[in-house]
Design a protein around this ligand. Sequence first.
Ligand SMILES: Cc1cc2nc3c(=O)[nH]c(=O)nc-3n(C[C@H](O)[C@H](O)[C@H](O)COP(=O)(O)OP(=O)(O)OC[C@H]3O[C@@H](n4cnc5c(N)ncnc54)[C@H](O)[C@@H]3O)c2cc1C
Length: 348
Amino acid sequence: MTGTRAALHRPGTVGETVRILAEAGDAELLAGGTDLVPALRAGTRRPRAIVALRRVLELRARGACAQALTIGAGVTYAELADWACAPGLAATARAVGSAQIRNAGTVGGALGSANPRGDLLTFLTAAGTDVLTCSARRGPRTAPLDDFLAGAPGRGRGELVTAIRVPRPRGPQVFLKIGGRQAAYPALVSCALVVDRAGGRVSCAIGGVASTPLRASEAESFAAAEIDWTSPGRDEAAWASVARRFGALVADAARAAPAQLPEGPRDPAAYRWHAAGVLAGRALARCFAGGDQEHGAPAEGGARMPHLRSSGGDQGHGESAEGGARMPHLRSSGGDQGPGESTEGRGR
Ligand SMILES: Cc1cc2nc3c(=O)[nH]c(=O)nc-3n(C[C@H](O)[C@H](O)[C@H](O)COP(=O)(O)OP(=O)(O)OC[C@H]3O[C@@H](n4cnc5c(N)ncnc54)[C@H](O)[C@@H]3O)c2cc1C
């Protein structure tokens, strides 16, 4: 698969791993192998050494403290999908690939590949994640995910991701994606919305438009200003208007993003911008207007959601959503899907 040149190493600790990485020079880490093995087979990667991480049990740990969740790089999507401490993360993990991919694919592999269409990266961007790394030269370091991803193309291969640190959920979280058949293709566009009720913040990240997930800061500020964070209640009609405006601002942010991904015959840029807006508007509406009817549970464990300060949407009554364009179809996650369908995940 790799020719006869690649040496296989099986370290048992993080220290041993980074020492081997430093000595080997051109090495690949083998975690779940869902990205690496196809690349080795295709000959697009021909490393001098492969460092298998299966025996590095430190990387498999997860933990929760009052403020944050710490998740080892070796934790799989399947393990995340069951984690009650992290419902948004769990919902995102459930939207990844097939059961086989979720059983093998890891958090560290998602960061190592840094695929701009990767579902997890979109969610982690919205959640405000730190990445913990270790290398023989620089020792352990912590960096915001944005910085980690910005350095990904030129980063030396001697760096091991050991864990990520994600703030504990403080409000509803939604992940939506649209694309081809879920088990076989990455998402065309994904959207994660993370609400911090205590801090009065809405964070929205879009994947699949630019080379790294983008934050729609103008849209986030608009939504945060529309919400009356102190007063419970809901007004679904007003929320629909705000969600449309929010979606339009997210579509604008997608259009203006630097480093746009190349267009393909099935995903022209204009479609991706539009889809980003539709998914974002829908995610906001799900967080605030719709309760949790689809899953039969009240939002926030029974707590009522904040309502709008005023119905300050910018659209007149009777206007159709997205200027009359058709909305992408969505259905619940949890199974493999047919072409053109999309997936959703929700957690609180
Ligand atoms: C059929 C199929 C369907 C898929 N569907 C989806 C999907 O729906 N959504 C989605 O987001 N992804 C999807 N993927 C992509 C894939 O599952 C993820 O990118 C996965 O997270 C990679 O993790 P891994 O453990 O398999 O990494 P590996 O393949 O083992 O490694 C990938 C890269 O990361 C590096 N690496 C591994 N561990 C570390 C570490 N600890 N520190 C630093 N670098 C590291 C490796 O050196 C390598 O370059 C799919 C893949 C396939 C084959």
